[in-house]
Design a protein around this ligand. Structure first.
Ligand code: IMP
Length: 434
């Protein structure tokens, strides 16, 4: 039996939520390994739309273990709110258990304040973050001034760490950003209150995963964002603050890399991006509007309109390489229905050379790149009800075949509509061990 990691191959928003939800049926454990509530996984179950930002999408299924791993930055207020909403909607199955790593770092109120103040101040250089405090929380983790979930249970230590950190943060907030200072006592009371509420969920999730894997349980590692938002491999600095590639499924949950036997890359049939940063195949025309409107391309976290463009295989090939992707799940193919012609970007041309398998690291060079396209005839038929590849129009099949060839990774799933049922499933990633 395989353990499977799921990662995005583009700039996030590839439709991972739906695929994770589908694969959850086959898994015993679903573990998130990076990011925080900057993510937004939109799921449509029984016609009801649910957006989860922090809790793994697996929570909607019964008899599962859901884990928020040590690599996640954890906002307890968001966690408790999501949990309440799930309870109110009667969406929490009776036998599913949820755990938070004691080593996950807390997102503190000053992280949010700094994130937002920084973005407001540097309007010409802003990243377009989600404003949830993700970057500043990871900064503290790396600079060794972060506070972990486990620290909440040693009250004196927690207060000491908070005071120490806040001294510096308040200096930054007041003197540099000209914002109001935050109050240590208020934050301590708030967070110690959260601590009691989240206590039943806090655990050594690395040890738990190890024990469950040894018992033969199947794990689904749920990535957030996408390869090109990766702090190392993305379009830096227009990226998020964690490693979004599959290798972090290991570091971010505390299992060895050999525990991850298959990597499924999620690839939307076109490209989108939220926030600032380069986007070679962006379309500022009627076709881009079509993708945005039909694909309902609004950020699940911030509600911002997503920028849209043609499928960019330079990006997808790079993602296949850096994440060791063995199989692809193609999403939102139905959004392309009705377009006369469809293009795939197969490379970039620039004054400094051609690029086919990797985007140039220099943003200046990338901005000079012109996409090279292959053009395909579109299809008009409704594909929502297709359950097999041969029920798709010939032109849709051609498009997918070319995508597969260019990616050098096999397509094992194609999503043709938002619902669970609107999916062509070719292979179960949990069955084949490579
Ligand atoms: P941050 O993660 O909030 O720091 O934002 C950094 C960049 O990542 C911004 O361009 C965000 O729009 C983008 N980003 C963060 N999370 C997601 C996501 O889940 N989907 C798409 N873009 C995201």
């Amino acid at each position: 039996m395989a353990n499977v990691a799921i990662v995005g191959t583009q700039w996030g928003d590839e439709g991972k939520g739906k695929i994770v939800d589908l694969y959850t049926e086959k898994a015993d454990i679903i573990a998130r390994f990076q990011g925080g509530n900057n993510a937004g996984h939109t799921l449509v179950v029984k016609g009801r739309k649910t957006i989860l930002h922090l809790i793994p999408s697996g929570i909607l299924h019964d008899n599962k273990i859901c884990i928020i791993g040590n690599g996640v930055v954890f906002d307890p207020a968001v966690f408790l709110q999501e949990l309440d909403e799930l309870r109110e909607g009667n969406l929490l199955p009776p036998n599913t258990k949820l755990f938070i790593s004691e080593k996950a770092h807390l997102i503190m109120p000053y992280h949010r304040s700094i994130d937002q103040a920084r973005e407001a101040r540097t309007s010409d250089k802003k990243i377009g973050t989600t404003g949830r405090g993700i970057g500043p929380a990871y900064e503290d983790k790396v600079s060794r001034t972060g506070i972990r979930v486990g620290h909440l249970y040693d009250e004196d230590l927690f207060i000491e760490m908070l005071r120490h950190s806040l001294e510096e943060k308040n200096f930054l907030l007041t003197h540099f950003f000209k914002e109001k200072p935050l109050d240590a006592k208020e934050i301590a009371d708030q967070y110690l209150g959260y601590a009691q509420k989240i206590k039943p969920f806090v655990a050594d999730t690395s040890l738990m995963l190890d024990q469950e894997i040894k018992r033969g349980k199947k794990v689904l590692f749920e990535g957030a964002q996408g390869c090109h938002l990766d702090i190392d491999h993305g379009t830096y600095p227009y990226v998020t603050s964690s490693n979004t590639v599959s290798a972090n499924a290991s570091c971010g949950t505390g299992v060895g890399p050999n525990a991850i036997s298959k990597v499924v890359g999620i690839c939307k049939a076109y490209t989108t991006r939220v926030g600032e940063g380069p986007f070679p195949t962006e379309l500022n025309d009627a076709i881009g509007d079509h993708m945005q409107r039909v694909g309902q391309e609004f950020g699940a976290t911030t509600g911002r309109k997503r920028r849209c463009g043609w499928l960019d295989m330079v990006l997808v090939r790079q993602a296949v390489r850096v994440s060791g992707i063995n199989a692809l799940a193609v999403t939102k193919l139905d959004v392309l229905t009705g377009l006369e012609k469809i293009k795939i970007c197969v490379g970039y041309k620039s004054p400094s050379g051609d690029y086919t398998h990797a985007a140039p690291a220099s943003l200046k060079t990338l901005s000079e790149c012109q996409p090279v396209y292959e053009e395909f005839d579109g299809w008009k038929e409704d594909i929502l009800y297709a359950k097999e590849m041969n029920e798709l129009p010939a032109n849709a099949r051609k498009y997918l075949k070319r995508l597969e060839e260019l990616a050098e990774a096999k397509i094992i799933l194609a999503s043709v509509g938002p619902g669970r049922e609107e999916t062509i499933i070719l292979e179960d990633p949990f069955l084949n061990r490579i």
